[in-house]
Design a protein around this ligand. Structure first.
Ligand code: HEC
Length: 104
């Protein structure tokens, strides 16, 4: 009895741990849940968002020239009309900034 219970709990705990470590670094998943509603799923905002809030697509030279640190700062501190994005840990901010930088 004891043995079979333990053999189920241990793999479950390992899976949970591996899963949460993986999510913390997954800039793409963070982007989808925290940024895509304004910046669009691929970095190009919808025409309405672009017009109403003045969001540039990531293909714009002024977006391309941002460093990962500048992107991370926009996420943490806000920038212009963009409010700071809440609910992200520092490693998550870094991961999503690095991912944002790969969007063209
Ligand atoms: C509620 C809508 C909204 C969300 C959510 C949002 N943004 Fe923005 N973002 C904006 C707007 C609006 C601007 C344009 C700000 C301006 O220039 O006034 C902007 C601008 C930016 C810029 C350009 C900053 C600069 O220096 O010009 C970056 C980089 C950026 N966002 C990254 C992100 C990332 C990464 C996320 C997710 C973690 C995110 N944004 C989430 C609305 C949003």
């Amino acid at each position: 009895m004891k043995k079979s219970l333990r053999s189920r709990i241990v793999p479950a705990a390992v899976l949970l741990l591996a899963g949460s470590m993986c999510f913390a670094e997954d800039g793409k998943a963070i982007y989808s849940s925290k940024c895509a509603m304004c910046h669009g799923p691929t970095g190009t905002p919808s025409a309405t968002m672009a017009k109403m809030m003045g969001i540039k697509p990531t293909s714009d030279p002024s977006m391309q020239s941002l460093t990962v640190a500048e992107i991370a700062s926009a996420v943490k501190n806000g920038k212009g009309k963009m409010k700071p994005v809440a609910g992200l840990t520092d490693p998550q901010v870094q991961a999503v900034a690095a991912y944002f930088k790969t969007l063209k």
